[in-house]
Design a protein around this ligand. Structure first.
Ligand code: SAM
Length: 276
């Protein structure tokens, strides 16, 4: 775990940044389609990470729209700014350091964003309601608040690789030990409602594949990266022997080469509107 990251389970080392980047490749088109941007929107992306999805949104709302991406971690933000510098077309994007639990946007920005978005952020927060409260306040009256997050018990692998569900359960337990909610996905609509937004949509995005599909390797690498990257945290917080962890991950690597392997997962999606 990166000391700069507090209790962010994934950290920010180069292997993890590659994994997050791969996840963005697997997900961004689906996330973007689900948002159905009209162009010209002003968007706040909280917990923007490496900024790739913020960049996709900025491209979609250009030339009149604007995206502000906020993340707590400067290592992520440096990468995000590096990525934005490579973009040739005219986009309006700004990355800022800030904490979702103490959202500091400028005084004149509160209540002005057409869309306030977060993806894979709330699962890492001990107080997701406080973050959603601030996100709703950042939206303009009538503006959209879009939450995408994990609910970890939807994972299915078949044929079942031996021991992998034990490791997955230990991974879920380590979230609880960090004080975070591994099942926050199912709470998204109620978090919006409790923050004073009017919920308008509840959905999920399929995040899975099978052997033989061109995307499958990416999903296998993402899953292995998530779990192996959290090895120390998992072993420190769960009653799982390191040998059981390692043999399960070996079984998973072998499973990833099977011609009949299939993986199901999905990200939870909810949307609300700030009342007029
Ligand atoms: C899994 S990444 C997701 C990044 C991006 N939203 C995406 O979908 O690619 C989670 C990000 O949340 C950030 N984060 C964690 N806790 C935070 C907090 N309290 N305030 C702001 N950002 C935070 C981490 O630094 C990390 O970059």
């Amino acid at each position: 775990m990166n000391a700069n990251n507090g209790d962010y389970i994934h950290g920010t080392d180069p292997a993890e940044q590659s994994r997050l980047s791969l996840l963005n490749e697997l997900m961004n088109d689906k996330s973007l389609r689900a948002m159905a941007l009209g162009g010209g929107e002003k968007i706040l992306d909280v917990g923007c990470g490496l900024g790739q999805f913020a960049l996709s949104m900025a491209r979609s709302v250009a030339p009149d729209g604007r995206v502000v991406g906020i993340d707590r971690d400067n290592t992520q933000l440096s990468e995000a700014r590096r990525g934005a510098r490579k973009v040739l077309e005219a986009i309006d994007i700004e990355y800022r350091q800030g904490d979702a639990l103490d959202l500091t946007i400028r005084q004149d920005e509160w209540g002005t964003f057409d869309i306030v978005h977060s993806r894979f952020l709330l699962e890492h927060l001990p107080a997701p309601q406080a973050a959603v409260d601030a996100m709703v306040r950042a939206a303009r009256p009538g503006g959209r608040i879009i939450l995408e997050d994990d609910d970890h018990d939807v994972l299915r692998l078949w044929p079942e690789p031996e021991g992998v569900y034990n490791v997955w359960r230990a991974y879920i337990e380590s979230y609880k030990k960090l004080g975070n909610d591994p099942y926050v996905g199912r709470r998204l609509v109620s978090l919006l409602h409790a923050a004073g937004a009017e919920p308008t949509r509840n959905s999920w995005n399929f995040f899975g594949s099978c052997a033989g599909n061109e995307t499958f390797r990416g999903f296998v690498e993402n899953f292995a990266g998530v779990v192996k990257g959290a090895r120390d945290t998992i072993l420190a917080s769960a009653t799982l022997e390191s040998s059981a962890f390692d043999s399960a991950m070996k079984a998973f690597d072998d499973w990833g080469r099977r011609p009949d392997a299939a993986l199901w997962y999905c990200t939870f999606w909810a949307e609300g509107r700030r009342p007029l």
